[in-house]
Every structure is written in structure tokens, then in C-alpha cells.
Ligand binder design. Sequence first.
Ligand code: AMP
Length: 233
Amino acid sequence: MAQETSRDVGPIVLLGPPGAGKGTQAKRIMEHYSVPQISTGDLLRYNVAQGTELGQAAKAVMARGELVSDDLVCTMVRERLKQPDCKRGYILDGFPRTAAQAGWLDALLDSKLFDNSRPTRAWPIVIRLDVDYNQLLLRITGRRSCPTCGRIYNVHFQPPRTDEACDSDGSKLVTRNDDRLEVIQPRLAAYQEQTRPVADYYQRTGRLVSVNGDLPVDDVTDQIYRVIEDHHA
Ligand code: AMP
């Protein structure tokens, strides 16, 4: 499919448990439509690494695999959405994660006061990636990323050519702190308890589209493009 770089895409929300492939798919959508990927997990990890006030508040919570408070995350997202690169649209990856965050996002998009509201006021396209539980565990425990370019690998399904080194720049691949087995269970539990209501929230308003995330990665991408195109048809 040709690259689509000019028209408004609006907000796209990617839902799904950790390991569902949100990050991988978000990067593809970002390149295809030239809209930024906004990953709240990445933004929080950046703040932790920089030792900002927000990072200090979030660090311990994240290390336990629990959710950072709605207040902190929503403030961070609002600041990010004000940036000019969000004018044509953006992909939210890992947000909203609670029903309160989903309600907050709707209110923000509906608010005439929001700087970037005009081109992106359409309701978000909400896509949920559905993945089998055992598949999720393999994806999370096998996940490695390049600390230099951000490329994501999986030692089971998409290993690098050379053991533990990035194909693009040779950096030593790293395992995320919260991808350790003992942290995965609480993360999946947090998803079940707090993020399911987000899907329910969007389902109730008829906006949830489910995509089969068990399929090969290119097929999942094709399904997502189709959802976006249908939305704008
Ligand atoms: P992720 O990279 O999306 O799996 O997020 C990693 C961690 O960041 C999560 O386990 C939470 O501790 C925190 N986090 C990311 N996004 C949110 C959010 N929308 N609300 C609360 N906490 C979040």
C-alpha cells in the first residue's frame, strides 16, 4: 500500500495486553501514515531514565508492574498531544489504560479549548489486538530491543542475525526491566482488571474494532490498515 502522508488520520488507539504487538504495529502505522506514535510506556521510561520528577514518581510503580496514577499519565499525554506533529493525527500505544483515562481522552478531544483539537476532534479509531495467552507469554519473555534505534526483536520468533546484537547498528540488545517473568503476571493482571473496562467503554459506544493479533505480523498490519481506511471511507 502506498504511503499516505497528507490527509488527517485523527487519533488511533491501540488496545491489547502487554506483548500483543502494539509497539510493533504502532511503528508501522507511524511510518505508513506519517503520524507520531505516542507510547505512554516509552514516555514514562524516558522520564525514569532522565530522573525527572515524573520519572521519580513513576519508577517504583512501574518496576512492580502496576499502573502509574491517572493524573500523572493524563498530564503527560496532554502535553505531548499539544505538539505540532500531532495535528494530522497520532497513535496512542498503551493509553488509555483505565476507564477514567478513556473518559478523560474523550473529554479532551471534545474540548474546544484544546490547542490541537480542530483537526483531530474526530473520535478515535479504537483497535484491539487479540492474542492467545500462551502466545503472549512467549512474546513477552522473548522480547528484546535495541537501546540505540528502538528496533524490537523476539528471540523465539524474530531473532537478530547475530546473537543478542541489533541487525541495524550492532548494539547489544536489552530486555526491558518489566519483561522479567515475575513482573509479567502482575502486568497481565493489571490489564485484566483495569484495561478490560477500557475495551468495554469503547464497545458500549460502538467504537471498538477487534483484530486477530495471533496472525503473522504483516497480516495484522494489513487488517489494521483496512480498519483505518474503512473508518475514513
Ligand atoms: P508499556 O510499555 O505500555 O507496557 O508500559 C510499561 C509500564 O508503564 C506499565 O506497566 C505501567 O507501569 C506504566 N504505564 C504505561 N502506560 C500507562 C498508562 N496509560 N497508565 C498507567 N500506567 C502506564
